[in-house]
Design a protein around this ligand. Structure first.
Ligand code: 15L
Length: 280
């Protein structure tokens, strides 16, 4: 049984799918939660939890809510590809408020980054956590920026942060891509617990995928340092999902899938590397 943190944990994005899963999981574990979201919290409040409806762009409120919290689990913000102007408020300015709060409170940030920060890597690759960012849209770009903000706050201010490069966290895998990228809700919840309760984390990255045998895309992260290993797997779905592909060559080529093909305007495939001129 993991120890209950002595200070409250600030949970942003509490009303989203992952936020609701975590609110229940952490509430059941006896944690005290300070929760926020721009949307109302749709479930009964967990014991020892408070909920405040707030916009991440409202720095004064975010700083006030974070007062006295030992960790900030930051799931809030835009979570799919959207136009630049919609992303910048919650995902860039809002993130700055989170990190300023963490600096003031000396709290640790657990940041819901995404595979879309590296989405234009090809599925044949095997990436270490320190691979180059290849964002597949404005959303992925905001996640790469968020990870870099974490690095800056660590080096400059000593704010610890764990950047969870989440694959596909959902109730169950629904296509062939997710046989690699699937992260079960239970594995996700245990991962967040490990991030909050680890003695120290520095500024690090953990790939968020379950123990899927097709998960050959990602390796060499900080999971052992924080004491997490996934227990679930997409493998039981392989029979029914192996042929479930989109037919879109761009989507199927890159790790980011449909986020890569969305709005794609090249006539030929993007080149294999930044200095490769073979693409259109
Ligand atoms: C994400 O980052 C999104 O938030 C989620 O909606 C999924 O699309 C997921 O990535 C994925 O790549 O499957």
């Amino acid at each position: 049984m993991t120890a209950v943190p002595t200070k409250p944990v600030f949970l942003t994005g509490a009303s989203g799918a992952l936020g609701r899963v975590l609110a229940k999981w952490l509430g059941d574990a006896g944690w005290t939660l300070v929760m926020t979201d721009i949307a109302p919290f749709p479930d009964p409040l967990p014991p020892r939890a408070t909920f405040t409806k707030a916009d991440l762009s409202d720095g004064v409120t975010i700083l006030r809510l974070a007062e006295g919290c030992g960790a900030i689990v930051h799931l809030g913000g835009v979570s799919v590809e959207r136009p630049f102007d919609e992303v910048i408020g919650p995902n860039i300015r809002g993130l700055y408020h989170i990190y300023e709060a963490a600096r003031r409170e000396k709290s640790r940030v657990i940041f819901a980054s995404s595979n879309h920060a590296i989405g234009f890597h090809e599925r044949t690759e095997s990436l270490p956590a320190d691979t180059q960012f290849l964002p597949d849209g404005f959303y992925g770009l905001s996640k790469a920026y968020g990870e870099l903000m974490g690095r800056m706050y660590w080096f400059k201010h000593g704010v610890e942060n764990v950047n969870l490069r989440i694959g596909s966290a959902c109730p169950e895998p629904v296509n062939a891509r997710m046989l690699a990228s699937y992260l079960s809700y239970d594995d996700f919840s245990r991962l967040v617990v490990a991030c909050v309760t680890a003695d120290k984390t520095g500024s690090c990255v953990v790939w968020g995928a379950s123990n899927n045998s097709r998960m050959t895309w990602w390796r060499d992260d900080a999971r052992a340092d924080i004491g997490w290993a996934p227990a679930d797997s997409a493998d039981p779905y392989a029979g029914q999902l192996a042929g479930k592909v989109s037919g879109d060559p761009v989507e199927e080529r890159y790790m980011g899938g449909a986020f890569c093909s969305s709005g794609y305007s090249r006539a030929a495939f993007a080149p294999a590397g930044l200095f490769d001129n073979t693409g259109d």
